[in-house]
Design a protein around this ligand. Structure first.
Ligand SMILES: Cc1ncc(COP(=O)(O)O)c(C=O)c1O
Length: 412
């Protein structure tokens, strides 16, 4: 069946930009529905990586030769592109990291260790990815802080009244996911941030899933930190971004010591570099950072809103079709969702579902999705999850539905 908005984006044309999609898996054309784990890379991004290595591979900042200057210029141009993508006020507020996990750990280990003390409370939520739980637990163990958790209702939405009850003068930090990777729920982060600020707490938003689906504006959100990974927005793996308000980043001690993050080193005293380099010790992922600019330009070219409309059409269609399958329960029915849909099948383990779908060339995610506490909240061990990107089609949703019916036929 054709998408209702195919006239806005030419999906078939877009699919040609993604070479990996053009293959057979287990004798069937690949249907890639694991985009929340990582999405595929367009040729433009692959070419940006190749062009760097073929044309101007050099270490950045330190060199004065032509290639080093070219690489440095491209690297810093990427920082400006990310600044504009997030609408950050200052380019120095963009720190390149290895991903969302790395960004959260950086904040926990620098801001947290410097400014949080015994008895201070850190609020997270039940729907956090493990990478937004464990770094705070580690900090709590070390510093004697207390972790508080916002509960989730049966629809998969945060219970904001419960969040309000958790907030007090003891709340020093709030770290919440913008969009749930397991359920697709879009959280009301502006409300969460404003309420945290009202009690003087600092806020980090985990934007791993939001970054390729929602318009982002860190100034309007007024968030103190925002983190995301490039590989979830059509960019390379091993590269991510930490945005932080300049005054807060300035107040934080460095994370890792090494080259690039210093001004002067002597055995008596070392002085640290200015932002953003203070947090970028060692040789970074130069090629990957450069290619992120291309990924952002690619999304811009299609229009983030067009992408969101298309993915939403797929979500609505999939929700309707899955709803017609007997014995299937959708986990997460929030009123605001991105194109992520999770379900359980009566009497069938999610792993079996994943294996039998794979036999039909359909790639989905199965398990706890690094959200074990959320799975416990719903009383399940895991789900099967389909997540959509711009290149997916209604035909692929039809393949998924046929695939699930086949799973039931084989397993029941
Ligand atoms: C919501 C969320 N937070 C954090 C992460 C961790 O991202 P990364 O593994 O790229 O560091 C993910 C990855 O799936 C995620 O979905």
């Amino acid at each position: 069946m054709q998408s209702a908005i195919d006239n806005t984006l030419d999906i078939q044309q877009i699919r040609n930009d993604f070479p990996v999609l053009n293959q057979q898996v287990n004798g069937r054309p690949l249907v890639y529905l694991d985009n929340a784990a990582t999405n595929q890379k367009p040729l433009a991004v692959i070419n940006a990586l190749t062009q760097y290595y073929e044309g101007y591979n050099a270490n950045i900042h330190r060199g004065i030769h032509h290639l080093a200057e070219q690489a440095t210029a491209a690297f810093e141009a990427s920082r400006r592109a990310v600044q504009s993508f997030l609408n950050a006020k200052h380019w120095e507020e963009i720190i390149f990291t290895y991903g969302t996990t790395d960004g959260i750990n950086l904040v926990a280990q620098t801001y947290g260790r410097r400014f949080l003390n015994a008895g201070d409370e850190i609020i997270i939520s039940t729907m956090e990815h493990h990478s937004n739980i464990v770094p705070w637990q580690m900090l709590c163990e070390e510093k004697g802080c207390v972790l508080r958790v916002i509960p989730v209702d049966d629809q998969g939405e945060l219970i904001i009244e419960e969040y309000e009850k958790l907030l007090s003068e003891r709340t020093k930090f709030v770290s919440v996911v913008h969009v749930s990777n397991s359920l697709g729920t879009i959280n009301p982060v502006k409300t969460i941030i404003d309420k945290a600020h009202a009690v003087g707490a600092v806020v980090l938003i985990d934007g791993a899933q939001a970054s390729s689906h929602l318009e982002l504006d860190v100034q309007t959100l007024d968030t103190d930190f925002y983190v995301f990974s490039a590989h979830k927005l059509y960019g390379p793996t091993g590269m991510g971004v930490l945005y932080g308000k300049k005054a807060i980043l300035d107040s934080m001690p460095p994370y890792r010591g090494g080259g690039e993050m210093i001004k002067e080193v002597s055995f008596e005293k070392t002085t640290y570099n200015d932002l953003p380099y203070k947090f970028e010790a060692g040789t970074p992922n130069i090629a990957d950072v450069i290619a992120v600019k291309t990924a952002l330009e690619y999304m811009d070219g299609l229009g983030k809103e067009n992408i969101a409309v298309h993915e939403h059409d797929l979500l609505d269609y999939a929700t309707e079709q899955l709803g017609e399958i007997g014995g299937l329960r959708i986990i997460g029915q929030a009123s605001q969702k991105i194109g992520v849909i999770s379900w359980v099948l009566d009497g069938i383990h999610h792993q079996d579902t994943g294996v039998i779908l794979d036999q039909q060339g359909i790639a989905v995610r199965t398990g706890h999705h690094c959200c074990q506490p959320l799975m416990q909240r719903f009383g399940i061990a895991g789900t099967t999850r389909a997540s959509f990107a711009v290149y997916n089609t209604r035909d692929e949703v039809d393949r998924l539905i046929t695939g699930i019916r086949r799973v039931q036929k084989m397993m029941l």
